[in-house]
Structures are given as C-alpha cells and as structure tokens.
Write a protein that binds this ligand. Structure first.
Ligand SMILES: [Zn+2]
Length: 229
C-alpha cells in the first residue's frame, strides 16, 4: 500500500467520523430544541396518560359520577411522612410523593402548621358526610366525590378556621404554588357554576404537573380543561 492510498483511506475515515459526529450533534440539538419549543404548560398525551392512565384527570362531579366499575386506588398511609388529622388518612399511591413535596415546600416557606385533614374516603364515609352535612354546597353526593378517587386532599392549618383559610398565609401560598407540585385548587371562587361546589380554599386535587400548570396558567378548572379540544 502506498503512502498516497493510506493517506486517502485516512481522509475517508476522518470524513466518516466527522459526518457521524455532526449527525449525533444534530440529533441531540433537535431533541433539546423540541423540548424547548414544546408549548409551556401544554400537557402532552404522554403526560396526560403517564403511567396512571387517565385516572389523574378523571372528572368527578355532580354530573359525572365515578364509573360503576371504578376500582379503588392503591392507597398509601400518610402518617409519619406528613402531618395528618389521624393515622388513617390515606391517598392514592401516585399522590403521596407529590404531596410530601408540596408540604415540604410549604414548610420551607414558613407554613409549619399545615396538615392533611382528609384524603381518600370510602363510599360509606362519603355517604355519612353527605347525610350529616347541613350545607350541601360543600359536599358531593356519594359516588360523586373526588375524595373517593384518593386524588384529592383537604389541607388545613392548625390555627386557622375553614372560613379564614383562603385569606390565610397557608391558603394564599397553596393557591399560588400547589400547581408546581401537580395540584389544582379544585373549587376556586367564581367558578361555582362550573364546579357545582362553593369556594373551597382547602380542597386540592392531584392532576399531575403538566395539567396543573395548564390549569393554573389559563385559569381553568378541571371541568374546562377536560372539555377543551
Ligand atoms: Zn375536599
């Protein structure tokens, strides 16, 4: 093999390597740009479905009962991980970690008396609450409550009554920040006609971060979110 042939082969090898490098860099750059250009807050199909199927965006309200064949979620006890009203408070397994993160962030912000007052409810518990409630504008009928999905929690502050919670530091902080952890203020003021429920500053529903961000950025309640094209 002459020096000329060897040199030509070396040039071809270097060119091939350069081409491969350029291809790889281009592919990486496109992946990165695709991520950057994805509309902020837009829930992708994958986010909506995620590993939980559509469960996390399941609409449950007066007009939308839980499906007859609804399987109760896998439940996780919260006691020992976040402050709770009782040792029996549970949530759906996919909510536990985001909720811990939310409460930890709240604590960092100085909200040290925040606790989970209610999580998952059995159909029987919801029936009892419904029967006992004098004002039914704050309670859903059995079979129509998000609490039966394990995806909703009622949050409370040890020193703040329900009536003041919305204007309390805790209530305001949650309204401003819960979406970052995948939760939406489910019954905000001004949307009562859509939700069918009076303003409940303590009731937060886990929908996943992408959906929560969309709802927060666009001022949508879940009824509006699921109806949008
Ligand atoms: Zn609630």
């Amino acid at each position: 093999m002459t020096i000329g042939v060897r040199a030509a082969r070396r040039v071809r090898q270097v060119r091939a390597l350069a081409c491969l490098t350029i291809l790889a860099v281009t592919a990486l750059a496109m992946t990165w740009l695709a991520g950057l250009w994805a509309p902020a807050g837009e829930a992708s199909g994958q986010d909506k479905n995620n590993k939980n199927g559509l469960r996390t965006v399941l609409l449950v309200n007066a007009d939308h009962p839980l499906p007859d064949d609804y399987q109760p979620p896998k439940l996780v006890k919260l006691a020992g991980t976040v402050a709770v009203s009782g040792s029996g408070v549970t949530v759906a397994s996919e909510v536990a970690e985001p909720l811990r993160n939310l409460v930890a962030a709240a604590k960092k912000a100085g909200l040290t008396r925040l606790y989970v007052a209610s999580g998952y409810r059995t159909p029987a518990e919801q029936r009892r609450l419904w029967q006992q409630a004098e004002d039914k504008s704050y309670v859903q009928r059995p079979g129509h409550s998000e609490h039966q999905t394990g995806l909703a929690v009622d949050l409370a502050d040890l020193r703040v009554g329900d009536g003041e919670f919305g204007d309390s530091r805790a209530g305001r902080w949650l309204a401003d920040n819960a979406w970052r952890y995948g939760f939406v203020l489910r019954y905000p003021p001004g949307k009562e006609k859509l939700t069918g429920i009076s303003y409940e500053p303590w009731h937060y529903r886990y929908v996943g971060r992408a959906v929560a961000r969309t709802c927060h950025d666009r001022g949508l309640v879940l009824e509006e979110y699921v109806m949008q094209p």
